[in-house]
Design a protein around this ligand. Structure first.
Ligand code: AHR
Length: 344
């Protein structure tokens, strides 16, 4: 879809925007011109909120993210319209997005599994007059434009997460050299694409370090386990495994244990910070974890209320995440604190 205003629209991505004044023309490609305006949100004491989540089975990160949104909605006395979905796939999520639009919710919070497949659904919600807030995973901004089709994207800096695990590895290289197997997340998803981008760029700047192979384990433990086994068999020289999330790292640990390996034989670096992942740092299996905090409930609902209030909303709100390892937390006190206070 060609949009006449794109030259100015995308340039405003990092700016603060006066949302109520945001309006622009777009060309559908068939010669018609439509007005693009962020839908308003009336100030009310309670809202009917549609929540559209990535479907992932047995993923503590996803469960914690859902629980955070549910808890915050309940705390504020809002009605949450939420279906878990019936299977993995962006088309299933498109169907759930259509359902919340049909339910005429006041506002939508969505974590899009795939940035391309879900983008037209964001535009459809805006056309139906429902303001959309994107959390966790980003969207294709060429199709769904921030500040015009959706209000704001609230998420972690996935590129930085990948880069910070690589930087830790560069500072703590195994004695036998850095020969890496990379386990990627769900193909095409924004965390998989950007974690890879951040990690691979740092490693590419180190001539003595290599990425031997890189394949998707789809962000889950069983596929991480099944994917890493043949990769390890094909590359017995590997000294490092970079896994795009803790669940896949747990699958890697299972595979390494079955091979008779011990903690430290192969260095694992990971992302998320779920309880079992942090425990694996304490046990010596994982060298470092870049945190990806799943608790978006409070910031999402605060931002929605600010929008209804007519306040200026940033087009992008980034989480500040941390990095955990045993060398910086030698007495493991910080890791213990994390497990006790923020485990998921
Ligand atoms: O989008 C966040 C990622 O999604 C988390 O790292 C992962 O565990 C989940 O699958």
């Amino acid at each position: 879809m060609m949009q006449r205003w794109r030259g100015i629209g995308v340039g405003t991505v990092l700016a603060m925007l006066s949302l109520s004044a945001c309006s622009s023309s777009s060309d559908s490609g068939s010669g018609e011109t439509a007005v693009t305006t962020l839908p308003p949100l009336a100030k009310k004491t309670s809202y009917k909120v549609g929540f559209v989540q990535v479907w992932e089975e047995n993923n503590p990160w996803r469960n914690a993210n859902t629980a955070s949104i549910q808890a915050e909605a309940a705390k504020r006395g809002y009605e949450l319209v939420f279906e878990t979905g019936s299977g993995f796939g962006a088309t299933d999520e498109v169907a759930r997005m259509n359902a919340v639009i049909a339910a005429k919710v006041d506002v939508i919070i969505i974590a899009p599994q795939d940035p391309t497949v879900l983008a037209p659904s964001i535009v459809a919600a805006r056309r139906a007059g429902i303001p959309v807030f994107i959390e966790d995973r980003s969207i294709d901004n060429d199709v769904a434009v921030p500040g015009l089709d959706y209000v704001s994207y609230l998420g972690s800096d996935f590129t930085k997460e990948g880069a910070s695990t690589a930087q830790w590895l560069i500072a703590h290289p195994p004695a036998a050299g850095v020969k890496i197997l990379e386990l990627e997340g769900t193909v095409g998803s924004s965390p998989a694409v950007n974690r890879k981008k951040g990690f691979d760029a740092e490693i590419a700047a180190q001539p003595e370090m290599t990425i031997l192979d890189s394949q998707s384990g789809n962000f889950n433990k069983s596929e991480g386990y099944a994917t890493i086994k043949p990769m390890l068999a094909a590359h017995p020289e590997a000294t490092v495994i970079f896994s795009h999330n803790d669940e896949m790292s747990l699958g890697v640990i299972q595979a390494l244990t079955e091979m008779g390996k011990k903690p430290g034989d192969i260095q694992i670096v990971s992302i998320d910070g779920e309880k079992a992942g942090v425990q694996a740092v304490k046990d010596g299996w994982i060298g470092a974890i870049a945190e990806c905090n799943p608790r978006f409930g409070r910031i999402c609902f605060d931002t929605i209320e600010q929008y209804a209030d007519g306040q200026m909303i940033p087009l992008q709100v980034k989480n500040t995440d941390r990095l955990f390892d045993m060398s910086t937390d030698a007495d493991s006190a910080a890791l213990d604190a994390y497990i006790q206070n923020e485990a998921f």
